[in-house]
Design a protein around this ligand. Structure first.
Ligand code: GN1
Ligand code: MG
Length: 359
């Protein structure tokens, strides 16, 4: 059925012609995404989750400035800024987002002929994904404007653990007593994870522009599987760039699904790790500090631990953050991500060796 509401929203954006078709696209956990067709072009329209992103204006301002910087870089090197960088489409009155009574909306250009992949099932895809994120960070190395912290303490485990302690104390959904093992997984690693974050707090690991959601499906490829650009810039912020490496390893190398209920399928594929690291370091190797290189492999454990904590905390809170498909979904996600973390811990020496060999 033609949903009049979405067409009314679309009219507020500076598209080249009125929308003739609007369909849902993908299945993100946070925003709702649609593809809008006009007589001449296609666009992406997103309802931004205002609970997750309390300051949509600041978020869109981050995205606008970062993409302007990237576009200038791509232009200077003879590339096509409309295909190699996300293009935000403003509203008809020149704003970066549209707000109606209940929702916040933003739009961007759909890049024709682009392809996404959900699973890094070939060495080349893992390598190219690493290169894509490496280049994204390299192009932003000289971006020295402040960026808004769109989600407070996003990859800050000190902050996450404060929230965790509160969630346990409140036990909102009354689920804590069934979760003794799972809670132990977090507590036994608390000190180690905090020690890593302290390096960021002390400036030993420098802050850079980071993407903060580096799953493979956030990269657009062309028909030959060359990287076009990195999308989903909602969480672009200033933090350690190791987060981006760690989150990519968490998502690329998993031989199972993020929410796999069959734990025997879940493990870290060390070859995928190697290929991603090779691609990433081919772009970033020279601009990384000695401390960044030293802690690169650990960042995968750090981000995977954080994801275990976030899924479990949402389960304890009564499933208020992530979209869930069934009542124990967040618990299943927790266990699957924990299995992945264990697999990384088992292969940590090998990960260190691979990084050293590449460098
Ligand atoms: C969320 O919605 P999506 O898939 O882009 C989340 C990430 C998590 C991911 C887990 C803003 O990303 O941090 O790693 O789910 N994004 C936010 O799949 O919380
Ligand atoms: Mg995202």
């Amino acid at each position: 059925m033609r949903d009049r509401y979405l067409y009314d929203i679309a009219e507020n954006f500076a598209f080249d012609a009125p929308a003739t078709d609007i369909k849902p696209l993908g299945e993100g956990f946070i925003n709702d995404t649609y593809i809008v067709t006009t007589a001449k072009s296609r666009y992406i329209l997103q309802r931004k989750n205002h609970i997750v992103f309390p300051d949509v204006e600041a978020m869109m301002d981050n995205i606008w400035r970062v993409t302007a910087h990237l576009k200038a870089k791509v232009k200077a090197s003879g590339g096509d800024p409309l295909r190699e960088v996300l293009t935000v489409i403003p509203t008809t009155d020149g704003k970066l987002f549209y707000r109606d009574n209940e929702n916040f909306w933003a739009a961007s250009l759909f890049i024709e002929g682009s392809v996404t992949h959900d699973v890094a099932d070939t060495p080349r895809l893992a390598y190219m994904g690493g290169r894509g994120i490496g280049r994204f960070q390299a192009m932003l190395a000289d971006f020295d404007e402040p960026l808004a912290e769109v989600i407070k303490g996003f990859h800050n485990i000190r902050w996450r653990l404060e929230q965790w302690d509160k969630a346990l104390a409140e036990d909102k959904a009354g689920r804590k007593t069934e979760l003794t093992d799972e809670i132990g997984w977090i507590e036994s690693r608390r000190a180690k994870m905090l020690a890593f974050w302290e390096l960021v707090e002390q400036g030993i690991l420098p802050k850079r522009v980071t993407h903060n959601d580096t799953k493979l499906s956030n990269i657009l490829f062309d028909q030959n599987d060359e990287v076009l650009c990195v999308i989903d810039l909602d969480t672009v912020m200033s933090s350690t760039s190791l987060n981006d490496f760690g989150d990519a390893i968490r998502s690329y190398t998993n031989t199972g699904a993020e929410d796999d209920s069959d734990l025997s399928r879940v493990a870290m594929n060390i070859e995928t790790f190697r290929h991603y690291a090779e691609g990433y370091l081919s772009e970033r190797g020279e601009t990384m500090t000695a401390s960044e290189k030293e802690w690169l492999a650990f960042s995968a454990l750090y981000i995977t631990f954080e994801q275990v904590l976030r899924f479990l905390m949402d389960y304890i809170d009564g499933d208020t953050y992530y979209k869930t498909a069934y009542p124990t979904h967040n618990l299943v996600r927790t266990r699957a991500q924990y299995r992945l973390l264990q697999s990384m811990e088992e292969q940590y020496d090998e990960m260190l060796k691979i990084i050293n060999d590449i460098l």
